[in-house]
Write a protein that binds this ligand. Structure first.
Ligand code: FE2
Length: 607
């Protein structure tokens, strides 16, 4: 009998489910993609249904269900935190308590009820789940592991070693001292949403100066040589309040937090740069310590902070490890995968097969897929005009369309697991076009103009375009565009203020080159994603450029599209010129008039 383990992460943010069969990943998905609520933290009933469906299982056929953290330990941390600051925290305590008592303490019951399951339920600690998600799917037989996030139960960072089927964590840093929460405090203070706006802070950082680094290091934190630190809690409000930063923080940085959606100023850019520099420094020190304490050559990373691809790029370039692997679902969604793998190898004691040199994530393409028959039935049912093409003609025609500066929605195969679109639920454009970044940000994603786009590049050409010659299949490494492709700014351009510099081309692939000449790179290999590879190849044959702009298929505030219906809706609401779903090509021109049933712009808080 095969061993089927269902992993679940839920109730914090970005709930997810994952199904393993004999240790191989059958399916994994985030709940938000089904419910269409970004970062949905509810019990992932739809994601579980999907996983069981792909596995052809009913819940009573599962060998075990595994949950990604220990609710009682987390409860203890919250209780002690509240008691420690009482009576100051009474308001948020009262808000959180009923939820905890009613729901979170009764995860067992919720799981049983949620999926009609009567068997074994296993729990792991939050950072063990992250660590397992970092090590088990990695290509390494043996590696050091580093996990860094906001907070789990008590731990905010941990490190250890993975060997074969065993993981041993050696040290932890504890709440409230947390790199993730420090970053989130700056995310909050610069007017972005905690838990999702951290990416924006990272994107904003290159427009600013690291003016406040010394202030952060002298006032906000006591950073040790080994990368551990203590935060000065007088500047933070997450122990007893409903916000991240305290009045003392606001005084230190000269005023209240920026109101969300108001104009960004140089102040926010300087703050973003400063916290980013501190984050990189902490991560580098941690990596050096882990290397010294474990004597390993390879490093595996997970936890929300491992999505900071600028810091990852520096660990790769400047850190002591020879090789680096980062879990693509590094945030809490990946905990569902981690805990399932941990149950399989630790609880059931199963061996770990490896040695292929490749990771076991299947290119992170672990979500729902739709056949051409299903897509065609959708199109015909809605009276949507389309053309059907064979695969060769399709990639050639789409390459041609892209070369004319048109924007293409590209919907193929299984949806990605984790926060990045990797060529199956992507919006694509020509990176050589100087107007592409602004056009895609403002007319298609409806988001802040400064936000950079990422390149997908043919793996064999990565070193021709970037200062990188490694696999980066999950878009989790940042490196510079190659020096001879960079365009230096003139003195007049240098004098431009912050975001005005955006329109100054920085290389011969300006749409994917950030202001500091960096790029967040996805390398594409044929063995990982043959169709997407062939499209890049066709674009290269036609234009001589082996790179495409790849951004996730959604608008700001919306989860990445999952179904043909989601994709069509996004296509019609935006200025995407063409939509490709399976073998079908749709042109915006000639589509029936699109009617909204509700005010969707309000739903996603778009202007
Ligand atoms: Fe986490």
């Amino acid at each position: 009998m095969a061993c089927h383990i269902l992993g679940i992460s839920a109730f914090y943010h970005d709930s997810a489910a994952c199904l393993l069969r004999d240790g191989e990943i059958v399916a994994a998905a985030q709940e938000e993609r089904f419910t269409r609520m970004k970062g949905d933290a509810d019990f992932p009933a739809r994601a579980v249904d999907y996983c069981l469906h792909v596995g052809g299982l009913s819940s009573d056929q599962l060998t075990a269900v595994a949950f990604y953290d220990k609710p009682l330990l987390k409860f203890e941390r919250i209780l002690e935190t509240y008691l420690g600051v009482a009576p100051r925290g009474i308001r948020s305590f009262l808000m959180a308590m009923p939820l905890w008592l009613k729901e979170k303490l009764f995860i067992d019951r919720l799981i049983r009820k949620g999926i009609g399951y009567h068997g074994r339920i296993l729990y792991a600690e939050h950072h063990e789940s992250h660590a397992a998600s970092a090590f088990y799917p990695s290509p390494f037989d043996e590696a050091a592991i580093l996990t860094v996030d906001g907070v789990g139960e008590w731990a905010t960072a941990s490190f250890g070693v993975g060997r074969g089927k065993d993981i041993e964590l050696q040290a932890e840093m504890h709440f409230p001292h947390s790199l993730g929460l420090l970053y989130s405090a700056f995310t909050y203070y610069t007017g972005f949403k905690v838990n999702s706006g951290e990416y924006k802070v990272m994107g904003l950082a290159p427009y600013g100066e690291p003016k406040h680094v010394n202030l952060i290091l002298s006032e906000l934190m006591d950073l040790k040589e080994d990368g551990s630190f203590k935060l000065n809690m007088k500047y933070f409000n997450y122990l007893d309040g409903l916000t991240m930063t305290s009045e003392a923080f606001h005084q230190l940085f000269g005023g209240p937090p920026r109101e969300p959606e108001t104009k960004l100023t140089q102040k926010e850019m300087d703050l973003a740069r400063s916290v980013q520099v501190v984050c990189e420094e902490v991560m580098l020190r941690m990596a050096r310590t882990v290397h010294a304490r474990t004597a390993q050559d390879n490093l595996c990373l997970a936890g929300g902070v491992a999505l900071n691809c600028v810091a990852n790029g520096r660990i790769l370039r400047e850190g002591p490890f020879k090789r680096l692997w980062i879990q693509p679902a590094a945030g809490d969604a990946g905990g569902a995968l981690g805990v399932a793998l941990l149950a399989y190898h630790r609880y059931f004691g199963a061996g770990r097969r490896n040695g292929s040199g490749r990771d076991k994530m299947q290119a992170a393409l672990l979500g729902p897929a739709f056949t051409d028959e299903e897509i065609q039935a959708f199109l015909q049912g809605r009276g949507i005009p389309y053309r059907q093409l064979d695969q060769d003609s399709l990639v050639r025609e789409v390459a041609e369309i892209l070369s004319h500066e048109k924007v293409v929605g590209w919907f193929q195969g299984r949806m990605e697991f984790g926060p990045r679109a990797l060529g199956n639920r992507s919006i694509l454009g020509d990176p050589r076009s100087p107007k592409m970044q602004a056009q895609m940000n403002l007319k298609i994603k409806f988001r802040e103009g400064f936000r950079p786009f990422a390149p997908s590049v043919l793996r064999e050409y990565v070193a021709d375009y970037f200062e990188l010659n490694e696999d980066s299949p999950y878009m989790l490494l940042v490196a510079s565009v190659k020096r001879d492709r960079q365009i230096q700014m003139s003195e007049t351009e240098q004098a431009l203020w912050g975001i005005d510099k955006l329109n100054v081309p920085r290389s011969d692939i300006p749409a994917v080159t950030h202001i500091d000449h960096s790029a967040r790179i996805q390398t594409v290999s044929r063995k990982d994603n043959p169709l997407y590879y062939d499209l890049l190849r066709a674009f290269e044959d036609l234009t001589g450029c082996g790179v495409l702009v790849n951004t996730s298929f959604n608008v700001r505030g919306e989860p990445i599209v999952c179904t043909p219906e989601d994709a069509y809706r996004c296509f019609m609401r935006t200025h995407i010129d063409y939509l490709v779903m399976g073998a079908f090509l749709l042109e915006k021109h000639g589509q029936p008039e699109w009617k909204e049933t509700k005010d969707w712009r309000q739903e996603f808080q778009l202007d």
